[in-house]
Design a protein around this ligand. Sequence first.
Ligand code: GLU
Length: 551
Amino acid sequence: MNYNELAELVLPNIKTTPEDIEKRYPPRELPEGAKVTRFAPSPTGFLHVGGLFGCLTDERLAHQSNGVVILRIEDTDSKREVTGATELFIENLNHYGIHFDEGAVVGGDKGNYGPYRQSERAEIYQTFAKQLIREGKAYPCFLTAEEIDEIRKQQEEKKLLPGIYGEWSKWRNASIEEVKEALAAKKEFVVRLKSTGDPSNHFKFTDMIKGTIDVTENNIDEVLLKSDGIPTYHFAHAVDDHLMGTTHVIRGDEWLPSLPKHIEIFNALGFKLPKYCHTAALLKMDGPDSKRKLSKRKDPEADVAFFTKEGYSSEALLEYLMTLLNSNFEDWRMANPDASITEFPVSLKKMSVSGALFDIVKLYDVCKNVLCRKSAEEIYNETSDWAKIYSPDFYRVFTENPDYTKNFLSIGRGTAKPRKDFGLYSEVQEYSGFMFDEYYNENGEYDERFDNSLIKDVLEQYLKVYDYNDEQQDWFEKIKDVSEKFGFARETKQYKASPESFKGHVGDISSFIRVAITGKQNSPDMYQVMKTLGYDKVVERLNKQIKRLSV
Ligand code: GLU
């Protein structure tokens, strides 16, 4: 067989050679040990939280080694492509602060190793496919869908490995005349790898996460180019990762079964194999004792946008993903409470082999811890950013008087033990709403043990003594005085020692004032709340409640 002639027949329009292409992708000049990684999503839907997890792994490993992380869009499957998905990916990744050195950006590319959308690289793949045909390592296959079905049926009956290989591939050894005839008849064809593997051979392979694994040689004549000349993932990733200088392919372990094919394709192309790191899927509890993969279809939290919408801080989600990434992250965080996650040394060796549990309750805890350490200014800015999109009415109220809102947010912040009132930006609305008339609940619920008329009298008395300029201690003394006046203990201790001597204690009186002013049973420090609200507002609300309780 004259393979040169075959190559010309199959891909006559390809005039470039692998050497021409290699010239466009010179070896990278990077420091020793620098890793080149890439996040390579297919734009077939939303950004999966597992994708973000993988992407964070890519980013950390590249940047902590002074390497490069690339965003490559694997859009070779036009049937499954969702319009706008690429832009959505880019937007979401930006939102999570994942910084790519190279790759697809909205409306184009950034970097010298592109194009970074596979759909723009057809000529490159075809050039390498042509070379493989020229070397007798690939061939055109004109099998129709019906013929392939028939082969599958026969293989099933005979309990043989399914697929096009060996004797099942009638085009593997077709003559040049047969190929010419098929081409003249305008039959559709794909280009397949001419596998030389034997599945009875096994070899050891070291995956950087899974460790040493046993691999069975591939013998499938895998499709390299589909009938439209567009490559399959298997072929495209080999060509791209070679040209882009990827050192570590970090991808989901659903690709592990395809690894033998990939190894054979790399070998056929004469490319050095990158290091493979197959990450286990994120899991969720499914009943008390079983776990399952976080599902794109079943679980709303599989979509990264879910967290954005619900008001999770992007920083907190990344922080939580770090705990799933490396088991020692939490200890490190305890020892380094204020350090940036970028200071944590991520290790492939500490990654879960069998799957990490994505626990939304734990994530929420992390959110509280992250938000309580932020300054009032940060909470103000981040909540505003969230509310602007997801709660515009609240946004208007919240941002009307920034200093007022920030003063309120600063209550209980910046201390050694900051308050953990909320974990989500959406909860800031509930937390701070009473500071604004629009969200203040006039119908707050008082402790049912006490009569309305008593509460009203207490509020009236308090109003008489309330002075905006009181220092905190005097302010509290006055509440104690009111307590005593109404037969309540000045101190909780006193009350506990002899509850029958009192109607209640100072805490109960404080809670009347709290409910009156905030409409809630819980609030941050009332002294500061009242200072922030201002004299007029406090008096207005007390009066309103006195009136309400009078009827
Ligand atoms: N496009 C592939 C996917 O979305 C990427 C796998 C890889 O990272 O190589 O699963």
